[in-house]
Design a protein around this ligand. Structure first.
Ligand code: GDP
Ligand code: CA
Length: 322
């Protein structure tokens, strides 16, 4: 990235962690007078429930960038109510442990209606993106339904949302699968955006169930391998722990230690068939820098806490310069 030409940026993102990072990237790019970033969002969390299509990660990013998210609760719409949800429960419909807010249901109904009318997921996300000025271009990773399933040690299988929300990741997973993903293709614009980028940023999202599905869409890894852009990742692990959520359980299931260095090794160096040129590790994990460098990935030690938008923007600026 030269000092005078603002960079074209692609962000690969999951839900809440991805949204916090994207808020920072948007601010950092605005300060550079750079074009709007393209944000490629995980759709592995998507599901059908009570007849409507939910896209939790897309909506987390949409609501956060649109200034509509509930910052206290950490998910959903600010000021939402649950009248319809109470009716669904009274009917015994849906999942009793999965709350759908009234405003949120408005989004799901709009989305489902457009899908029923024949719109692609990309077209639906584009329509959802027009209501509030987002300051980024949102793309789903693929138009195909490739919902993440969890295969349990005892052989049972369930949708990721049931494992995560109902069982709080307490059932021991053996594997995460996205049925149909081998036949899927990246959503229109994804490969092109990566090819035309100066920097691709991997948000500090869950490496297994947020970034993992994006990288599993055939063609995405190839696009990352061949882009002239630098590919820079941000560790979701700080001080050997996940910041929030249960990424540690997901990492353990796929045989990856919960550490900044192990996640970097899991992504791999672009120079040896992986995806990363550089990896931001927390100051708390400065010890990991040497082993990351030894992988052929440039380690950059920086503050990684996304406590507010200025902190996320500073983090994104460091990533852009890495
Ligand atoms: P989800 O889809 O809503 O679960 O969110 P993501 O997958 O996008 O992000 C979840 C990940 O974000 C978790 O693994 C957290 O460790 C990570 N995370 C959350 N807050 C922070 C933060 O302040 N700094 C860093 N570096 N990672 C964070
Ligand atoms: Ca998610």
């Amino acid at each position: 990235m030269s000092a005078s030409v603002p960079p074209r940026v692609v962000v690969l993102a999951g839900g809440v962690g991805g949204a916090k990072f994207t808020l920072g990237a948007r601010a950092a790019l605005a300060a550079l007078d750079a074009p709007e970033a393209t944000v490629v969002v995980n759709t592995g969390d998507d599901l059908w429930l009570s007849g409507v299509r939910l896209q939790p990660d897309i909506d987390s990013v949409l609501y956060a960038l649109g200034g509509q998210n509930d910052t206290v609760r950490g998910w959903g719409r600010a000021g939402d109510t649950e009248r319809v949800n109470a009716e669904l429960q009274a009917w015994g419909a849906g999942w009793p442990w999965f709350t759908l807010g009234d405003l949120d249901l408005g989004t799901h109904l709009a989305r489902t209606g457009w899908l029923r009318d024949g719109a692609t997921v990309t077209e639906v996300v584009d329509r959802l993106s027009r209501r509030w000025p987002l300051g980024v271009r949102l793309l789903p990773m693929t138009d195909t339904e490739v919902d993440t399933h969890v295969l349990l040690r005892d052989g049972a299988r369930m949708h990721f949302q049931e494992w995560w929300t109902r069982h709080r990741a307490s059932l021991e997973p053996a594997a995460f699968e996205n049925p149909g993903i081998e036949q899927s293709v990246p959503a229109p614009g994804v490969v092109e955006a990566i090819a035309d980028a100066d920097v691709v940023l991997l948000a500090p999202s869950n490496p297994v169930v947020s970034i993992g599905p994006i990288l599993s869409v055939p063609g995405v890894r190839q696009a990352l391998a061949t882009t002239p852009a630098r590919v820079v990742g941000v560790s979701p692990i700080i001080g050997g722990r996940v910041v929030r959520g249960m990424a540690d359980v997901c990492l353990t299931a796929i045989g990856v230690e919960t550490s900044a260095a192990a996640v970097a090794a899991h992504y791999g160096a672009r120079s040896s068939g992986g995806v990363l040129d550089a990896w931001l590790v927390a100051e708390e994990d400065a010890d990991a820098a040497a082993s990351v460098d030894a992988l052929g990935i440039r380690a950059v030690v920086a503050p990684l806490w996304m406590t507010d938008v200025p902190a996320s923007a500073a983090l994104a600026t460091t990533a852009l310069r890495a």
